[in-house]
Design a protein. Structure first.
Length: 161
């Protein structure tokens, strides 16, 4: 059994902690089963106040992700999304973009969106939110499955073996 080093957990914790400015879209990549998701959860659990961190697993299967966003960003249910109904990743990301601006105004920090299984995303929408600086989007994907465009445009990599 492999246990992550404290320095790796701390590196990810720094990456996913909301900051004053967007860090665009860093990547966490590794082969299937290397513990990427577990490592992220460990890092989030070590943050004193994880408010402003939203975790979304692609594909989005239900409105639970919307409820998680509402809790993480401190906003009431969006009139356009009923969290009891299935929603598309595009709808969730549109709502996130709108509320990320409000979060930044209230807390002075850019929220973080962690997109697990990013290789399943077909659209550029999370990158567009990062491009305009409203959110830091951390993409998590299996090595070799992440689009080359993401690799070229990423500012930081964490690779797990």
């Amino acid at each position: 059994m492999h246990y992550p080093t404290q320095s790796l957990v701390e590196e990810i914790r720094q990456l996913i902690t909301p900051a004053e400015k967007s860090r665009l879209y860093p990547l966490i990549i590794g082969e299937h089963g290397t513990g990427k998701t577990s490592l992220i959860k460990l890092a989030v659990n070590g943050i004193d106040e994880p408010k402003g961190i939203v975790y979304v697993d692609i594909p989005i299967k239900c409105g639970l992700e919307v409820q998680a966003m509402q809790n993480a960003l401190g906003w009431s249910p969006d009139q356009l999304i009923d969290s009891r109904e299935p929603v598309s990743s595009e709808e969730v990301l549109q709502v996130l973009s709108r509320h990320a601006i409000k979060y930044k105004q209230e807390y002075g920090r850019v929220p973080v969106l962690i997109v697990d299984n990013a290789n399943r995303l077909a659209q550029r929408q999370p990158e567009l939110a990062a491009d305009n600086g409203t959110v830091t989007v951390v993409f998590v994907s299996s090595e070799g499955r992440i689009p080359r465009r993401m690799v070229r445009e990423s500012i930081m990599f964490i690779v797990l073996f």
